[in-house]
Ligand binder design. Structure first.
Ligand SMILES: [Mn+2]
Length: 366
């Protein structure tokens, strides 16, 4: 089982309503991974970096995480990523982890050296490439290619950082790994971390077994993917089978829509129906122009969304739709307000001017 980017200790300061629940979910989702690994009899659970959100996480959180990982019946391998980087034996965080896991089957991967385990009369050799800092210009995987490798053993690389073609690290600040470097390392697959969306696509069987599980449960409102881990069966090069295990229970959804009439409100209502509303935090951004009647329909829809969804954050920039009928009803044809508003309504690009003029005139009238 392969997970990464768990970011335990993430504070969710922008989600005050659900902060405690979201923090707990990060731990609960990891517990689901451990349970799944045990149920499937996994030999290994590999955490490929950023188990913790930062190196100053509370002691209790570290102990809780270690207690949870101790429940795993297979070997647990933890790689420091760029958020929970390992600076050396004095690193506070990793000393805490080491102290909490003495004498257990939890292994901290803090050396650039192969780690070998016997599995059913065969050897599995891991090549861990931890991050020594938050940022780094070059890949830390170069040494793997230079290691002698027995053809009988199964060789697996573990690293954390940006991967060519997967991330957004154009400046090369996150231990950027080139595809050619990963290919030439001589391992059957790479268990990676850092990119928070999973790859490759499920069912991929090609030669580049560079696996990113993504965050195990979404960590940001902008993250619309669900949280996953990889369940992997590995025989050797070209014989790797992987399956996505959905570990996350919550999801975020950002939805933007322009509303110009009742049909758009109906479409919005349909678009926002799905099976998991009760676990979803909805971030809704609306703009457009509606009549007062349509506006009250929209408010009813908003209330029903609030009843269904875990939470709804709404940003709305809706103008009153002021058409010829509305203008004539309010001001006689030929009157100055009628002519001004009619002229402004001819320019559909400037709804704010029409709205402002209408509001000013009607305030003065009343
Ligand atoms: Mn990272």
């Amino acid at each position: 089982m392969h997970t990464a980017d768990n970011h335990l200790g993430l504070e969710f300061r922008n989600q005050p309503l659900h902060r405690d629940r979201l923090k707990q979910e990060r731990m609960d989702a990891l517990a689901r991974i451990v349970e799944e690994a045990n149920a499937r009899g996994c030999h290994f659970l590999v955490v490929a970096g950023d188990l913790f959100d930062h190196v100053h996480v509370p002691v209790k959180l570290v102990r809780d995480a270690c207690d949870l990982l101790k429940r795993c019946t297979g070997e647990v391998l933890i790689l420091p990523g760029n958020h929970d980087y390992y600076e050396g034996p004095e690193s506070r965080l990793w000393r805490l982890v080491a102290d909490a896991t003495i004498g257990t089957h939890i292994h901290l991967l803090t050396e650039y050296a192969p780690v070998t385990f016997p599995v059913e009369e065969r050897e599995v050799v891991f090549y861990p490439c931890h991050c020594p800092s938050k940022h780094g210009e070059s890949s830390l995987t170069g040494w793997v290619a230079l290691e002698g490798k027995s053809p009988e053993a199964l060789h697996i690389g573990i690293a954390h950082g940006n991967v060519e073609g997967l991330g957004w690290d154009d400046e090369g600040n996150y231990f950027h790994m080139g595809l050619q470097d990963l290919r030439s390392a001589g391992v059957a697959c790479w268990l990676l971390g850092h990119i928070h969306t999973p790859s490759p696509v499920p069912g991929y069987t090609g030669p580049d077994m560079f696996l990113m599980p993504g965050s195990h449960t979404p960590e940001h409102v902008k993250r619309t993917t669900e949280g996953y881990a990889w369940y992997i069966e590995a025989e050797g090069p070209g014989a790797i089978r992987c399956e996505r295990f959905r570990s996350g229970r919550f999801r975020f959804r950002r939805h933007e829509k322009s509303l110009q009439g009742p049909a758009d409100i109906e479409t919005l209502r349909r678009e926002l129906q799905h099976a998991e509303v009760a676990q979803t935090l909805l971030d809704l951004r609306l703009q457009g122009r509606l009549t007062e009647e349509e506006m009250s329909d929209l408010m009813q829809l908003e209330q029903s969304l609030r009843d269904q969804y875990l939470d709804v954050a709404l940003q709305a920039d809706i103008l009153k739709r002021i058409d010829a009928g509305k203008i004539s009803a309010a001001f006689p044809d030929g009157s100055y307000p009628n002519r001004l508003l009619t002229a402004l309504s001819m320019d559909p690009s400037d709804g704010h001017a029409l709205q402002l003029a209408y509001d000013l005139i009607t305030i003065k009238e009343s």
